[in-house]
Ligand binder design. Structure first.
Ligand code: PXP
Length: 257
């Protein structure tokens, strides 16, 4: 089953939980434990609105069979993060996730370091977006929050942009207060431009309990995707509690906005 989320109010802020790093721990020893599908069920019980998984080219965490099992068994929408390659498009067309988020991928990076260069990748991306959309998959582009990226994303037919919150989170880690304000302003402007262009706005990367509220306060943002921090926190207090606490902070921020 693959639940639908589009009927929710646009004002609701959804939480997508990325379970990649459950697979990272499993893969450190091989075998089947801990199982990302079990983590996905627990995240949903804790209040996740959807599950995100990134099938990387080098399969360093999530595997092809994880995607098949997630798609077959999840009771909430699956958001498949992937590079815009022929291999990944054919996997997406086979499994038909609720949404695909196209991300840049470099083999040597630890995580997705920057957003897509949509202007440079225009023609390839346009083709990938249209193949996925023709199959009924909602398509998101993971981008830095600048106007040119948003304009091209709209022009090539993306349903959604996911704004990269990595720089904002890094400034927060460095205790760079003016950098935090500057990055939040950039995210805020980008959200407004995207919404005005008729694109749904998501955000994510690097978010923690300390940084989530700044992004959750932006009224145009209707989904946050959070992974590494939640899986890390779950070591100390369990995944249910981590997801519940993240949701509570998001809702608090929304009420305060
Ligand atoms: N959104 C996108 C597009 C990502 O690539 C990632 C990382 O896989 C995330 C959100 C989640 O980032 P993090 O694991 O740092 O919370």
């Amino acid at each position: 089953m693959n639940g639908q989320i589009d009927s929710q109010s646009a004002e609701t802020l959804r939480l997508g939980v990325n379970i990649d790093h459950v697979a990272t721990i499993r893969n450190a020893r091989g075998g089947r434990h801990p199982d990302p599908l079990r983590a996905a069920h627990i995240a949903i019980e804790g209040g996740a609105d959807g599950i995100t998984a990134h099938l990387r080219e080098d399969r360093r965490h999530i595997s092809d069979s994880d995607i098949a099992r997630l798609k077959a068994e999840l009771t909430r929408p699956l958001n498949l993060e992937m590079a815009a390659t022929d291999e990944m498009v054919s996997i997406a067309l086979r499994h038909l996730p609720h949404a695909c988020c196209l991300v840049p991928e470099r083999r040597e990076e630890r995580t997705t370091e920057g957003g897509l260069d949509v202007a440079a990748g225009g023609d390839v991306l346009r083709g990938v977006v249209s193949r996925l959309k023709d199959a009924g998959i909602r398509v998101s582009l993971f981008i830095e929050a600048d106007e040119k990226n948003i304009e091209v994303s709209s022009e090539i037919g993306a349903d959604i942009v996911e704004l990269h919150t990595g720089a904002y989170c890094e400034r927060a880690l460095e205790d760079d207060a003016s950098g935090v304000v500057r990055e939040l302003e950039r995210l805020s402007r980008g959200s407004q431009v995207a919404k005005a262009a008729g694109i749904e706005v998501h955000a994510g990367h690097g978010l923690t309990y300390n940084t989530v509220k700044g992004v959750a306060r932006l009224p145009e943002v209707i989904e946050l995707n959070v992974g590494h921090f939640l899986i890390g926190e779950s070591i100390f207090g369990g995944l249910t509690a981590a997801v519940q606490h993240m949701r509570a902070l998001m809702e608090q921020a929304r009420r305060e906005a």
